[in-house]
Design a protein around this ligand. Structure first.
Ligand code: ATP
Ligand code: MG
Length: 464
């Protein structure tokens, strides 16, 4: 008899997934919903994509589903996967399989199709991801995933060291799922993470980038830095020198790593847990170049001259290598570059900040301005107690920024109420770079408040 939990899952299973499972079973095969949908539905978070696993060999899956009026795309047939599209919704449908040897720690040497769903579940990474569900047969949970999920525990399926040795990406996936679920990592699994983290060096960097982006998007990067730094530093070796780096400065109460963890937590609080991706990356990387830029003055006090510029370079390098989208990379490195920019709670200062952001990340100045103030606030609150008053001033800067934007703030040449043609007509300059120089001077004059951004006033300024 179905438990009430199973009855709830059966109710929540979307009709299109039921159609795929039903069609395969009507043809004499066995089919189950697996992985992320089962995990998230048990947590009361349905809405995850549905993946199906089946005893049907993939050509049979394709034939049976097409005969039932379901479109099929042959998306990954080498691994037994086709994508069924039922009622307009994709369902990845994969033949029961296990992976053969992993002589290079990342690619299975072969995929072997099997006949028992339990074997398929056993090749999956963590107990919470190794459950199958069928609307009539209920939950199939051979590794205690339901119990681990309820207790919020990430536990490897099988012998952890062997599983991480087969595929080192699982090390980073463990941290991602722990962040996502707010879970802890079971001790034997944790020990294996630390032993096997070095294997990440052999994993394709864009796969690392995807998992890391997944970690940041949970909003729990601070936990990952504090509790799983071995894994984080194996994924991004540039982070390693932050740990234990004593800043020897009256401004700082923490080492660079704990400071960074606090800034990561801070930006989440200020953005209500919805910090934009660029701000999350910037929080992680804003002080990454501090250890390399450290110098000591005669009194023994530490300084970090040039660390924002160097940090922005490192951010571009790291994020480029991890194949983070270019727009996010440009935005994050602009935030790193400008995180120490001196700002005051005046509209003129906010205008200058917008212009600096515009130069560093063209077209993104407006959203980044708020992100930069959040980053600066989190940064201030993560230093020595004496620096924290600055966070209050930042609220006044936010108000000045809003005023400036509401007043139609001007920080780009194209915001000016005149254009190149006016410069040519009024000044008599030849078309060419001279026009841009005049416009840049005019923008500076407007930003300094010497002339209002009104067409008549600007034309007069040009004539003058
Ligand atoms: P998400 O919401 O993050 O996509 P998910 O559970 O769907 O969560 P995927 O990475 O899409 O995660 O993988 C789907 C399923 O395939 C997982 O639940 C897990 O069972 C299995 N899986 C994926 N990657 C691996 C891996 N590297 N090693 C073992 N099993 C894996
Ligand atoms: Mg998925």
């Amino acid at each position: 008899m179905a438990t009430s939990l199973e009855a709830r899952l059966a109710r929540e299973l979307p009709g299109y997934a039921r159609r795929v499972v039903g069609a395969l079973e009507a043809a004499g095969y066995e089919a189950w919903v697996v992985g992320g949908w089962v995990r998230d539905a048990l947590l009361g978070r349905p809405g995850h994509d549905v993946d199906v696993t089946t005893s049907a060999p993939w050509p049979e899956t394709a034939r049976v589903l097409r005969a039932a009026g379901i479109a099929v795309h042959e998306t990954g047939t080498a691994h037994g996967t086709v994508t069924a599209v039922a009622d307009g919704r994709p369902v990845e449908t994969t033949t029961y399989r296990v992976e053969g040897g992993y002589s290079d720690h990342r690619h299975p040497d072969e995929v072997r199709f099997v006949t028992d769903v339990r074997e398929d579940l056993a090749r999956r990474d963590f107990t919470v991801n190794a459950m199958a569900f069928h609307p009539e047969r209920g939950l199939l949970d051979p590794f205690g995933g339901e119990k681990d999920l309820a207790a919020r525990v990430i536990r490897a399926v099988g012998e952890p060291e062997r599983r991480f040795g087969e595929d080192a990406l699982r090390v980073l996936r463990a941290v991602r799922f722990a962040c996502r679920l707010g879970a802890t990592i079971e001790p034997a699994t944790q020990a294996a993470l630390e032993t096997c983290a070095g294997g990440l060096a052999d994993i394709a960097s864009e796969r690392i980038g995807q998992e890391l982006d997944g970690i940041l998007s949970t909003g729990r990067a601070a936990w990952a830095l504090r509790s799983e730094f071995v894994v984080m530093a194996a994924a991004v070796p540039e982070l390693a020198p932050m740990a234990g780096f004593d800043q020897r400065s009256p401004y700082h109460a923490y080492d660079v790593l704990e400071h960074t963890a606090r800034v990561c937590a801070g930006v989440e609080e200020f953005a209500g847990g919805m910090a934009p991706a660029a701000l999350r990356w910037a929080a992680l990387l804003h002080d990454v170049a501090k250890p390399a830029c450290w110098s000591e003055d005669v009194s023994g006090r530490g300084h970090f001259f040039g660390h924002p510029e160097a940090g922005a370079r490192v951010a571009r390098e790291v994020m480029g290598r991890l194949a983070v989208p270019g727009e996010v990379t440009r935005a994050a490195s602009a935030l790193v570059l400008l995180h120490d920019l001196e700002v005051r709670p005046t509209r003129a200062s906010m205008r200058r900040m917008l212009a600096e952001l515009e130069a560093a990340a063209p077209g993104q100045a407006r959203p980044l301005a708020f992100a930069l103030l959040d980053l600066k606030r989190a940064d201030a609150l993560s230093k020595a107690p004496a620096c924290r008053g600055y966070a209050v001033e930042l609220d006044r800067m936010g108000a000045a920024l809003r005023e400036e934007l509401a007043a139609g703030g001007v920080w780009r040449v194209r915001d000016l109420a005149v254009g190149g043609a006016d410069v040519i007509a009024e000044r008599g300059v030849e078309p060419g770079p001279g026009v841009g120089m005049v416009l840049a001077q005019l923008l500076a004059a407007v930003m300094e408040g010497e002339v209002p951004n009104e067409r008549a006033a600007l034309l007069a300024w040009l004539r003058w």
